[in-house]
Ligand binder design. Structure first.
Ligand code: RP5
Length: 175
């Protein structure tokens, strides 16, 4: 699932069952032209691989890691334990508690090992990728420009929605 020669963002997910939701993060990164890689690595089922991935991430040139997991979502914490790179945790909905478990697991890291906690639900991977772009943009003027354009586009969409609702109401009122 490698997108480019020198990925700077590592998307890691606990299971390939997370991919249908997590792929949105890949789409956003692609939209911004940020090279990434995506891996399925489980903190519980493949713990050695998780530790190795995080320990080698910095020397491999990664700058930010996204960690998506559901249930007892320890992935972000385990990766963060083995790297100084910023780790952004994405709680995946599903299972008996529908993501509340993952959210609480990610948000309760002990002092010293931060994991940024992103939105629960489909906005999670989108916001995680955007936050990764924003982190990279602190040292990349080109990316910052693209982020401004992205925000302007969001604004245009809301304004178009506002106009559409107003037009619909006018039509219903026959005015
Ligand atoms: C977590 O358990 C994964 O991140 C996934 O969200 C959840 C279920 O995994 P599977 O049983 O579908 O592989 O570790």
């Amino acid at each position: 699932m490698e997108q480019a020669k020198h990925p700077v963002v590592g998307i890691v997910m606990g299971s390939d069952s997370d991919w249908p939701v997590v792929r949105k993060a890949a789409e956003i990164l692609r939209e911004f032209g940020v090279a990434f890689e995506a891996r399925v690595i489980s903190a519980h089922r493949t713990p050695e691989t998780a530790a190795r991935y995080a320990a080698e991430a910095e020397s491999r040139g990664l700058l930010v890691i996204l960690a998506a997991a559901g249930g007892a979502a320890h992935l972000g914490g385990v990766l963060a334990a083995h790297t100084v790179l910023p780790v952004l945790g994405i709680p995946i909905a599903g299972g008996a508690l529908n993501g509340i478990d993952a959210l609480l697991a990610i948000v309760q890291m002990p002092a010293g090992i931060p994991v940024g906690t992103l939105t629960l639900g489909p906005a999670g991977p989108v916001n995680a990728a955007l936050l990764a772009v924003q982190i990279l943009a602190t040292a990349d003027a080109g990316l910052r420009k693209r982020l401004h354009a992205y925000k302007e586009e969001l604004q245009r969409k809301v304004e178009a929605g506002d106009a559409r609702v107003a037009a619909e109401l006018r039509q219903e009122a026959g005015t």
